[in-house]
Design a protein around this ligand. Structure first.
Ligand SMILES: NC(=O)c1ccc[n+]([C@@H]2O[C@H](COP(=O)([O-])OP(=O)(O)OC[C@H]3O[C@@H](n4cnc5c(N)ncnc54)[C@H](OP(=O)(O)O)[C@@H]3O)[C@@H](O)[C@H]2O)c1
Length: 344
């Protein structure tokens, strides 16, 4: 199978190159870049070498411009396009790819919000492709599995929404949430992308933790709320790690449900989900770093449930989930090409 990546030099694009180069079902990859068109991939990213890089041979192991990528997608009959571009740029650059018979997985927010007025609120811009919105399937792999298997346009979820929703959705399904849900999330700096911005400098980010954009002032709050019936109160924080995220989530429980039943419901919900594990101990970001996993723990306190959820924003929160969605869509083994073992 043949894959193409748009926005290959960003953090999620670089992870996609790594995952696709070692994916057993992928024979050819075309890496497109606006800023590095025609330059050697390995020169830009020296970490990329060895077996797997021969999959980039059709372009001389070089990045190609987005316009050349479109031409090659037609000529070489590419099966899948991953867009790792910023929102709005993504829908714009994908414009001509929508006319080709291929599957598109968009890592940006352009197709995630089903209600165009919500997109307008969250992104202060009208939704870029209203005409395609109804075709897009929200790519939260464990919860939209059957839709993903049939979709030609998959809106890969955001990193915070993936991390929080995987923990909250079983509770919603079981009907145990009494009122609002409080979500406090911590993210590594790569969640902001590879932009040269003053507030992302090492000196501005190291040795400190800061909350930002609480409530609906963060765009991802709309995406999380879209999937939930109860009102959420979401506060993200930036922490001085490169990648990884943790959410501490709590809500009051409706009466009539035992801890044992709730725990069993969580275990059963993810019993056949290879990447989501209910842990006995509170999980740490290090145990899922570089993997497509999301590890979740439950703690009961009086009539409240406190959930801890960890994932890697660049893997389960972005490129890993995108590859998982490709696996589901094309009927491959769900875990094909995806790392499972966390770091020490
Ligand atoms: N970082 C995360 O943890 C994360 C998690 C989930 C989802 N996402 C989403 O995934 C997408 C990519 O995120 P990222 O963190 O990888 O971003 P990034 O590091 O900022 O990279 C984005 C890439 O897009 C290309 N690009 C940027 N502006 C462009 C323009 N005007 N025209 C053409 N190409 C342009 C650039 O690559 P080229 O020059 O190579 O084209 C750039 O390297 C975003 O929509 C983001 O919201 C990110």
């Amino acid at each position: 199978m043949k894959a193409l990546i748009l926005g290959s030099t960003g953090y999620t694009g670089q992870v996609l190159i790594r995952l696709l180069s070692s994916h057993p079902e992928i024979q050819e990859v075309i890496a497109s870049s606006n800023s590095k068109a025609d330059s050697l991939i390995q020169e830009f990213d020296p970490g990329l070498s060895g077996p797997g890089m021969e999959k980039f041979a059709s372009t001389g192991k070089r990045f190609v411009s987005p316009s050349k990528a479109l031409k090659l997608a037609k000529e070489r009959k590419v099966d899948i396009v991953f867009s790792a571009l910023p929102h709005l740029t993504s829908a714009e650059l994908l414009k001509d790819f929508f006319n080709l018979a291929l599957v598109i997985i968009d890592l940006s927010a352009d197709f995630r919000l089903r209600d165009p007025s919500v997109f307008q609120k969250a992104y202060s811009h009208e939704v870029p492709r209203l005409d395609l919105l109804s075709q897009a399937v929200y790519g939260l792999s464990e919860w939209y599995t059957e839709d993903i298997k049939k979709a030609d346009l998959i809106a890969n979820p955001g990193c915070y929404p993936t991390n929080a929703l995987l923990a909250i959705l079983p509770a919603q399904k079981m009907g145990i949430i009494k009122a609002s849900v409080v979500i406090n999330s911590l993210s590594g700096i790569s969640g902001a992308g590879k932009k040269a911005k003053e507030n992302l400098l090492f000196t501005e980010r190291s040795e400190r933790v800061v909350a930002y954009n609480p409530g609906t002032s963060h765009r991802h709050s709309y995406e999380i709320q879209q999937e939930l019936e109860n009102k959420i109160f979401f506060t993200p924080h930036l922490v001085p790690i490169i990648q990884g995220m943790e959410s501490t989530i709590w809500f009051e429980l409706k009466s009539g449900f035992s801890q044992t039943d709730i725990q069993k419901f969580y275990f059963d919900t993810y019993a056949n989900a290879p990447f989501v594990t209910i842990q006995e101990k509170i999980p740490s970001t290090s145990q899922v770093r570089g993997t497509n996993r999301c590890d979740i723990s439950l703690h009961f306190e009086e009539n409240h449930l406190i959930l801890s959820s960890v994932s890697d924003n660049l893997f389960k929160g972005a490129s890993g989930q995108a590859v998982q969605n490709m696996n589901l869509r094309f009927g491959f083994d769900e875990i094909a090409g995806l790392p499972m073992m966390g770091e020490l």
